[in-house]
Design a protein around this ligand. Structure first.
Ligand code: ADP
Ligand code: ZN
Ligand code: ZN
Length: 813
């Protein structure tokens, strides 16, 4: 583009919904390009912006110019800009903030202010008039630029900002902006090969000759492999290298989450069903946009299908995006993809350090990686064009981001595929009602895997009615005699057990023996949960903690009784029942430390754990062949949440956990304990009958006009002051009603529900209200909100009461 003439369109990182036009001073024009960050004046401030491209023709108003270009290379390709715009419009989110969310976190870390010495400074250092501090600063900088922040530390004394400024004014030092290179945290290993095969050997020792012989026979080897054959290799290789007999080079190694080196594999022979699915999807490649819904029972070999389709896309020189709901699963997916596709993979997720994330991002930008694997944010992987977007476990609620930019990566996968004119492939054993509906009405193409690999049977599910489980008190009651017997049989056969407990909605709480009140959080009005290890009562919403020996807030009695159910209690009860067994627990408390999830998974894999007790974390896609018993401690827990998706969530959870059993050669079984054996979510899950469940559920959704028969937008209104928050919620409610009635025929389909106080009325000191808007017409609903926000910007941008717009909300609490 002829840059001097064309102005730039810039999105600023501020809560504004449109972009701005800036001019480019000539000295910066060689550096501008779409996808770079710039510094621009905005009102009285200077802010970061993103170059979107040349600006459209504008009226000859006064245009400000950009102050600086912050990046050497673009952070995203221009082809992603329409995607960002779509997201901003649909989720009613400021465009600059959409981009900020899309870029790898911690990016700003890469810019820092540094100071360096100038030529004048180098002469000035010899002046007698300098103070000793001035001299030390200059002397330090002679050895190289220094980060402003580190000046004090390096000189071991306090350097006042005024002194730095005065040195700068004298022209002795200059402030610069440095780009910090991400440190490479990749692991490498030495590989040894023969140097001069014809070099004379007659003067070499026997040990040295042996090494040369091994390498002559085997070709290049890693140091660890060589050492396993010649234990003194490490010492000898160095000398042999020096004399030119050997060459040594560092090669990158990939490890799986268990720290084991990944060995290359090749495509498996597909079974007939898998072949059919691969043929159907690949047959549709190159013919524009389309969405496949792959419904495949757990253990049916979906990942192999993904990989073979991906291979075909790569053969067509296009890239592939793979979304996985959880970090632990990403690494499992990564391991399998790495084994197949080697170095062509970039991984994007929050478990990486900022530096690692930036490295992975760069691999994609530079065209070195053609496959990106990651959690929901990987939908933003900066491929110029995409040939296929895969979403594994597409029903999973964690694809929805629940803060800031509230997008749903599964839905965005379809949008990105549409914009790229390519295919999306959504896979699940228990698809979301939304996706299944889309398949039924012909928007998606359904493909199926109905058989487990090698025709392994799905585990049989035995329902145990908890209402009949009398006799025991407390937690003992939840390890029914049936479950206990099954555990014993499994352990006797040296097989493994998974005990699943859904801790949301029902936990172990503490109540007062004299007045019966539960101990609650001061900030959230939620019952506190007892944590045995810390001997404390904790709030699961805000983290508030108090000693377990507290006395009752209502009557002051110190007789507090702890009751209920939790992973920790189940763990200790089971351990008492089976003292010989090695019991472990996986939940948020045992997995906060980096790597702890993998230690637990490794324990399962190498069978140093006999019984694993865990929350939803254990339910998702792991593949452990020796688990033959899954116990679902109380299936009702998720049914009781105040949410229209509670039934679907329960069905999905049960089917997913049950799917963990019997993935190896021995058959699996499931003991499902419940107070509601007749509930259709539970009985359908017992038969693993997705179709039956869907038929029931879709009727209920249709009757009450819940999604997919409507769309929803929720306003989440919160503030520290209860009265102000309530007033604001009511004001917004009135505005909604006024807009609806004054445009009666247009907005007839829009229903305004609320404002009501949220069912979690207070979280982390904030009072919470909500308004739900619902409509059978997406367009009307979005237009309605657009009008409302444009007409009343102040209501949505209030200092004391926050209004968050949640489009297609997943959590309604
Ligand atoms: P899902 O994701 O559907 O639960 P996986 O993809 O994890 O299933 O596959 C289950 C197991 O079956 C894996 O260990 C996988 O390697 C194996 N597998 C998949 N396809 C085949 C095949 N065609 N032949 C043999 N084994 C297969
Ligand atoms: Zn009391
Ligand atoms: Zn709290």
């Amino acid at each position: 583009m002829s840059v001097e003439k064309s102005n730039l369109e810039v999105a600023v990182a501020l809560p504004v919904h449109h972009t701005f036009t800036y001019s480019v001073p000539s000295f910066l024009s060689p550096f501008v390009a779409a996808g770079k960050r710039v510094l621009v004046p905005f009102g009285q401030r200077r802010v970061t912006g993103y170059i979107m491209g040349p600006a459209a023709e504008t009226e000859p108003a006064e245009i400000k110019h950009i102050l600086d270009v912050l990046d050497q290379d673009s952070l995203f390709p221009a082809s992603m800009i329409p995607f960002y715009h779509w997201i901003g419009d649909y989720y009613k989110h400021p465009i600059g903030d959409v981009i900020k969310n899309a870029l790898p976190g911690g990016l700003t870390l890469y810019d820092y202010a540094a100071v360096s010495i100038t030529a004048e400074g180098q002469t000035a250092i010899r002046q007698k008039s300098l103070t000793s501090l001035q001299r030390s600063v200059l002397a330090l900088l002679e050895s190289g630029p220094c980060r402003l922040k580190n000046l004090n530390e390096k000189l071991n004394q306090n350097v006042p900002a005024a002194l730095v400024q005065s040195l700068q004014r004298s022209g002795w030092i200059a402030k610069t902006r440095e780009l910090k290179r991400a440190s490479s945290l990749t692991r490498t290993e030495r590989h040894i090969a023969l140097g001069r095969p014809d070099a004379p050997r007659d003067r070499l020792s026997k040990a040295r000759c042996k090494i040369i012989e091994i390498l002559g026979r085997q070709g290049e080897m890693s140091m660890s492999d060589l050492k396993s054959r010649a234990p003194d290799a490490a010492r000898l290789v160095r000398a042999l290298e020096k004399d030119g007999y050997l060459t040594v080079r560092q090669k990158r190694v990939y490890r799986d989450p268990f720290g084991e080196t990944i060995r290359a594999d090749s495509a498996l022979d597909l079974n007939a069903e898998q072949q059919r699915v691969v043929a159907q999807v690949t047959g549709r490649l190159g013919q524009g946009f389309g969405v496949f819904l792959l419904q495949g029972v757990t253990g049916s070999g979906k990942t192999e299908v993904y990989m073979q389709i991906a291979a075909e896309v790569l053969r067509r020189q296009q890239s592939v995006l793979v979304l996985v709901p959880e970090i632990a699963l990403i690494t499992q997916m990564e391991r399998r993809f790495r084994a197949r596709f080697g170095e062509r993979i970039a991984v994007l997720h929050s478990g990486l350090s900022a530096g690692e994330r930036f490295d992975q991002w760069s691999l994609i930008l530079q065209g070195k990686a053609q496959i990106a694997i990651g959690a929901r944010s990987a939908i933003f992987a900066p491929f110029d064009t995409v040939g296929l977007v895969i979403v594994d476990e597409e029903h999973d609620a964690s694809y929805k981001q629940e803060n800031n930019l509230r997008y749903n990566a599964r839905d965005l996968a379809v949008v990105r595929a549409k914009q790229n004119d390519c295919l999306a492939l959504l896979g699940s054993a228990t698809p979301s009602i939304q996706s299944c509906y889309n398949a039924r009405v012909g928007k998606f193409i359904e493909v199926n895997l109905k058989q487990r690999i090698e025709r392994r049977s799905l585990p049989g599910i035995k329902i145990v009615d908890l209402r009949e489980s009398m006799g025991y008190r407390g937690v003992r009651r939840f390890i029914t005699s049936e479950l206990q017997r099954a555990i014993k049989q499994t352990l006797d056969r040296k097989q493994q057990v998974l005990l699943f407990i859904n801790r949301r909605g029902f936990a172990n709480f503490a109540i007062c023996r004299s007045c019966g009140q539960a101990l609650r959080c001061k900030h959230c009005d939620i019952s506190l949960t007892y944590h045995q290890k810390a001997n404390a009562l904790r709030c699961h919403y805000c983290g508030y903690s108090r000693a377990a020996t507290s006395s009752c807030d209502s009557c002051g009695s110190s007789e507090i009784k702890k009751i209920g159910l939790g992973t920790e209690k189940i763990e200790s009860t089971v351990q008492k029942m089976f003292p010989e067994a090695r019991v472990a627990r996986m939940d948020r408390d045992t997995t906060t430390r980096k790597g702890s999830i993998f230690r637990l998974l490794k324990g399962l894999k190498n069978q140093s754990i006999d019984i694993l007790v865990g929350t939803q974390m254990v339910a998702k896609g792991h593949d452990f062949p020796n688990i033959t018993l899954v116990g679902i401690i109380c299936a009702d827990l998720s049914l009781s949440l105040p949410d229209f998706r509670a039934g679907a969530r329960t069905f999905q959870l049960i089917a997913q956990v049950a799917g963990r059993a019997g993935r190896g050669a021995s058959p699996g079984r499931v003991v499902l304990q419940t107070y509601n054996p007749d509930h259709f979510s539970i009985s359908a899950a017992k038969d693993q009958n997705y179709a039956a469940f869907y038929e029931q559920e879709i009727q209920f959704r249709r009757a009450l006009k819940y999604p997919p028969f409507s769309r929803m937008i929720q306003f989440k209104i919160s503030g520290m002051d209860p009265q102000l928050t309530r007033d604001h919620a009511e004001r917004l409610g009135h505005l909604c009603l006024a807009l609806k009635t004054s445009n009666a025929p247009v907005y007839d389909s829009v229903e305004v529900l609320g404002p009501i106080e949220s069912s979690l009325a207070k979280i982390a000191r904030r009072y919470r209200w909500q308004i739900l808007l619902k409509s059978t017409h997406v367009k009307d609903l979005h237009q309605f909100i657009g009008r409302l926000m444009a007409d009343h910007p102040k209501v949505f941008n209030n200092r004391r009461v926050r209004v968050v717009v949640d489009v297609d909300p997943v959590s309604l609490l």
